[in-house]
Design a protein around this ligand. Structure first.
Ligand code: SF4
Length: 429
């Protein structure tokens, strides 16, 4: 029996779960199940509670420790659950001493007297140290955390209250981490953070995300594919845009935090861009790389959104040429300004989310059809799937080594995936 981690939410959580698992195992906590939660929507918190109850039913002998953004923003909710042994905040979850401080089960020590809730003021955190890991169990691409927290206060968002203000991992540590992962066989590395484009603002000399990406491409020898997870396009610096246009090792795929397509709603969300900025950003990158693929987060039914305003979001899918949509039916988060605004009726929110998803599926089908007859490099994953450099999934069948790179000819599509045949396997450099 060894310590297990169940990860909910974002790629940042995936990276942190790996570091926590290593720390819990090193501290001898073989009986733990750590649940790394998300708080982005009310539904995410409900799922966390449901997961905890199921895990305790399935593992009555194990201790359940809850951490992550939901534990940070509402520790009392989890402390009140009988299934939960301990609640640990985002500020201390990556500190080895946090896990060393937990009493190992072998001692037979009665944990009843222990501090069950270790959650502090997340806004008091000033720095984020890199946590060097050697890999991510079960993952063919390596996610690394380069930034955490957020200085913005979008009116619908609870994330800053779960993750604190923005802070960056020093460039040297990031480059060392990338080199370490490449050395342990990873062909693709993904940069993650909460608000990646605010990278470096807290570091000496205030390097930008573009500076970091250039340093990685210049100094992490052997790196074949670098992917940037999700960005706020309006804050992309000039060097980053230049590299995205010109650097083949930088994957032609970005997930954009757009949230809406109507300028008045964007204003009420306290976003920093307009719909025209988003359209211009996508078109600009496509001047250099016509096959650039964009995904986006879009919220349906933000408070005060009228039918006409929603139409502007719907039209943005085509105007930006979006392919992979993450649609969020608006859900009020306690303590956020948007929760106090006049709410849109639930059935309307639901209908708008369905309309956005339908627009997303139609866009995906158009994209998949446009790739038939092309060739592309893909990274093999598990389960008979691989992904092209633009992140499009391809059904590749069994027998391919997960994590290997291959050239594929695209022969068809099935509405959600491309179909193809291998041309040749690319040996690691
Ligand atoms: S930029 Fe806005 S939406 Fe993104 S984490 Fe920060 S506050 Fe939330």
């Amino acid at each position: 029996m060894t310590a297990q981690v169940v990860t909910l939410g974002c790629r940042l959580n995936t990276f942190e779960s790996e570091a926590m698992k290593a720390a819990a195992r090193a501290a001898g906590h073989d009986d733990l199940v750590i649940v790394n939660t998300c708080a982005v929507t009310a539904e995410a918190v409900r799922q966390a509670r449901q997961t905890i109850r199921r895990l305790k039913r399935e593992n009555p002998e194990r201790r359940i420790v809850v951490t992550g953004c939901a534990a940070q923003t509402e520790p009392e909710t989890f402390a009140a659950m009988g299934e939960v042994a301990q609640v640990i905040g985002n500020d201390v979850k990556l500190k080895p001493e946090t896990w060393q401080g937990l009493v190992p089960p072998a001692t037979g020590f009665d944990a009843a007297g222990l501090e069950r809730v270790i959650v502090n003021d997340i806004m008091s955190i000033k720095e984020t140290a890199g946590h060097l890991i050697d890999g991510l169990e079960g993952h063919v691409r390596a996610f690394i955390q380069v930034q955490n927290g957020c200085d913005h206060r979008c009116t619908f968002c609870i994330i800053p209250f779960g993750r604190g203000n923005s802070r960056s991992v020093p460039m040297g540590e990031v480059v060392a981490q990338v080199s370490r992962l490449v050395a342990s066989g990873y062909r693709e590395v993904v940069l993650t953070g909460v608000d990646l484009t605010s990278y470096g603002a807290d570091l000496p000399g205030a390097p930008k995300l573009g500076t970091l990406v250039k340093a990685i491409l210049d100094h992490a020898s052997g790196l074949e594919r670098l992917r940037i997870s999700s960005i706020d396009s309006i804050e992309a610096d000039d060097l980053l845009v230049r590299l995205l246009k010109s650097e083949a090792r930088l994957m032609p795929h970005l997930h954009l935090s757009l949230q809406a397509g109507d300028n008045l709603i964007l204003k009420r969300m306290k976003r920093r861009h307009t719909r025209e900025d988003a359209i211009r950003f996508c078109a600009d990158l496509r001047t250099a790389r016509p096959d650039f693929v964009f995904g986006a987060d879009l919220i349906a039914g933000f408070p005060t959104e009228t039918d006409d305003m929603f139409e502007n979001s719907l039209r943005l899918v085509e105007e930006c040429g979006l392919t992979f949509l993450h649609v969020f039916p608006y859900s009020p988060r306690p303590g956020t300004p948007a929760a106090r605004m006049p709410q849109v009726a639930k059935p309307v929110i639901k209908a708008r989310a369905a309309a956005l998803r339908a627009a997303g599926s139609a866009a995906l089908t158009r994209h998949l059809s446009s790739r038939i007859g092309h060739e592309g490099m893909l990274l093999a994953e598990r389960g008979g799937i691989g992904r092209l450099d633009d992140f499009t999934p391809v059904r590749i069948g069994e027998g391919f080594e997960p994590g290997s790179l291959m050239r594929f000819r695209i022969t068809g599509q099935d509405g959600t995936h491309l179909l193809g045949e291998p041309m040749m396997q690319i040996a690691a450099e």
